[in-house]
Design a protein around this ligand. Structure first.
Ligand SMILES: O=C(O)CCC(=O)C(=O)O
Length: 255
């Protein structure tokens, strides 16, 4: 399904817009469940991973609704992940991030998990699922095209604009796939409404999961998962247990 132009864009720019991945009923279900969880979890929302000034977060979402179990297997997104990460990869985490109305500053530019590609290639890739339109005013993700190829990280606390940054302007229901070594970050929301998104984050087979899924998923959820979901979550992979079990799930920079 990926065209040669799409592949080249992922290689050269580092991100690709997939329009209309979420049909209206899926978008509505994801919005509903995300809002319910923000309501239920209140001040604790996101605490399994991290909390962030100016944004509300949720973590460990595969454990928190069947709709999330389904979206981690979206073929168009998995095809992009395989292009970036190679044929063997797994889910690293599924979190939500809602930029708060009238938030004051841009999130620092970063690569996810503070990762620089290694001798085997790229090992982190993210997909940003837009639950609201991303506009120039409401906190669209910024990115620096090609920076995944520079093999270095931006300075810490890079809140200011980068001279080469662009904004990922897109519609609710779209997905933006990113080589997560590419420098990127959220921007300030200058509107009166939240800007909600999910981060469905994958990593190469030999790397730790950001949230060790086997430890974070309830027995009930694990028991009902399809073989395909078990595989993408690396639930039956002893190597994943060895590399992921020691982490707290909170380490690394922003995701
Ligand atoms: O939500 C966004 O616009 C991007 C956020 C991001 O890059 C992060 O939290 O690591």
């Amino acid at each position: 399904m990926l065209t040669e132009t799409d592949r080249r864009q992922l290689d050269d720019v580092g991100c690709l817009l997939l329009p209309g991945v979420m049909p209206p009923e899926v978008l509505a279900a994801l919005r509903r469940r995300t809002d319910e969880l923000f309501e239920e979890e209140g001040a604790l929302a996101g605490s399994e991973f991290k909390q962030e000034p100016g944004a509300r977060r949720l973590a460990n979402l595969v454990n928190k609704g069947r709709i999330f179990e389904e979206i981690i297997l979206t073929p168009r997104v998995l095809e992009c992940m395989a292009h970036i990460l190679g044929p063997r990869f797994k889910l690293s985490s599924l979190n939500a991030r809602s930029t708060e109305p009238h938030s004051e500053s841009d999130q620092p530019l970063h690569a996810d998990s503070g990762a620089i590609s290694d001798e085997a290639g790229y090992f982190v890739a993210n997909s940003v699922w837009l639950l609201d339109d991303f506009t120039a005013e409401n906190g669209a993700t910024r990115f620096v095209a090609g920076s995944h190829r520079w093999r270095r990280l931006p300075e810490p606390e890079f809140h200011h604009p980068h001279p080469e940054q662009q904004l990922a302007i897109a519609k609710a229901g779209d997905v933006i796939v990113m080589n997560a070594h590419m420098w990127h970050g959220g921007t300030a929301n200058r509107t009166g409404a939240p800007r909600r998104a999910l981060h469905v984050y994958y990593t190469r087979w030999d790397q730790p999961q950001q949230q060790h899924q086997k430890r974070w998923l309830s027995t009930e959820v694990q028991a009902r998962l399809s073989p395909e979901a078990r595989r993408i979550l690396a639930l039956d992979d002893p190597l994943n247990d060895a590399v992921s079990a020691t982490g707290s799930g909170k380490s690394g920079f922003m995701k």
